[in-house]
Design a binder for this molecule. Structure first.
Ligand code: NAD
Length: 302
């Protein structure tokens, strides 16, 4: 079967790797980003350069967007020079950005008016997962449409879940991000507290990992980011997590679910952004508490 032609919009920390993997897998790509640098990089691998989102969507069967947040997705899809302006009826738009479920529904409804079908397919797994094509992808929309495009998603991810109607992929992604934010704020507090009370950070790490307080984020963020105090290496930015927690709080307003812990975590990451840590990995949130407590959680994992 011939491979579908794809328009790919948003070649940042994630999209860059995802687009590369598609090119490597033999897909014909038309790529667009506001930033010309990653466009040139992917074009040098064999992709075509598009002049706008509309142009990237013009002669393809599938358009993939991987953009920072709701505003960028709306601009690139619904705005002037956007996907809906260029795409022909029958095109499928797959938005892989992490945005609010209600925005996915809005984009899907506008797309439908033009005969364009829509899937929301946000991801988890970070830049490493994007590079190694091991992302977890959570999909909302018609199941048959997902089945039709499974092969494309499998080039970028390892585990692909069908969640439900449009917006449900984003919903589960939001739920995951609530847990990330709450867990990370908790790790910061617990490790700073233990260190302040005189337990060596390595000892906290070793014993917690063998106990019920352990988590995926402890396993990964403590040895790789917190212990070396290196928060500038590629990771998941404070600003992005703050955005995701904000989406959960926004949804909570509408659904009238009180989210006490998420609200606290949101304040942690807002403070981190306000103090200039927005572009750093989300684990940098511990630095604020370290300063306040006058200790540093540094060490070497065994
Ligand atoms: P990024 O900021 O690195 O990349 C976004 C890209 O979109 C940039 O290159 C930017 O120039 C481009 N862009 C912005 N507006 C545009 C427009 N209107 N038209 C064309 N291009 C435009 O972001 P990222 O880290 O790649 O994340 C993308 C999405 O994936 C976000 O929603 C994020 O929450 C989610 N996500 C990120 C990670 C991660 O580890 N970075 C992990 C999982 C999910």
């Amino acid at each position: 079967m011939t491979k579908k032609a794809i328009g790919f919009i948003g070649l940042g920390a994630m999209g860059n790797h995802m687009a590369r993997n598609l090119v490597k897998a033999g897909y014909s790509l038309a790529v667009y980003d506001l930033n010309p640098k990653p466009v040139e990089e992917i074009v040098s691998l064999g992709a075509k350069k598009a002049k706008s989102s509309a142009d990237a969507a013009k002669s393809v069967e599938v358009v993939i967007t991987m953009l920072p947040a709701d505003e960028e997705v709306k601009a690139a899809c619904l705005g002037p020079g956007g996907v809906l302006e260029g795409a022909k009826p029958g095109t499928v738009l797959i938005d892989m950005s992490s945005i609010a479920p209600h925005t996915s529904k809005q984009v899907a409804a506008e797309a439908q008016k033009k005969g364009i079908r829509f899937l929301d397919a946000p991801v988890s797994g970070g830049t490493t997962g994007a590079e190694k094509a091991t992302l977890t992808i959570m999909v909302g929309g018609e199941k048959a449409l997902l089945d039709e495009h499974m092969e494309i998603l499998q080039v970028m991810g390892k585990t692909i879940y069908y969640v439900g109607d449009v917006g449900m992929g984003e919903t589960i992604k939001m739920v995951n991000q609530m847990l990330v934010g709450i867990n990370l704020a908790g790790i910061a507090e617990a490790f700073v507290m233990g260190t302040k009370l005189g337990v060596a950070p390595e000892v906290i790490y070793k014993i917690v990992r063998a106990s019920s307080g352990n988590s995926f984020l402890i396993d990964h963020r403590v040895p790789n980011y917190i212990f070396p105090g290196n928060f500038t290496q590629p990771g998941f930015a404070v600003d992005l997590l703050r955005k995701d927690l904000g989406l959960a709080l926004e949804s909570a307003k509408v659904s009238k679910v009180p989210l006490f812990m998420t609200a606290q975590a949101y304040q942690y990451f807002t403070r981190a952004t306000a103090e200039g840590l927005g572009k750093m990995d989300m684990s940098a949130v511990i630095e604020l508490l370290e300063k306040t407590a006058g200790v540093q959680v540094r060490g070497k994992a065994e």
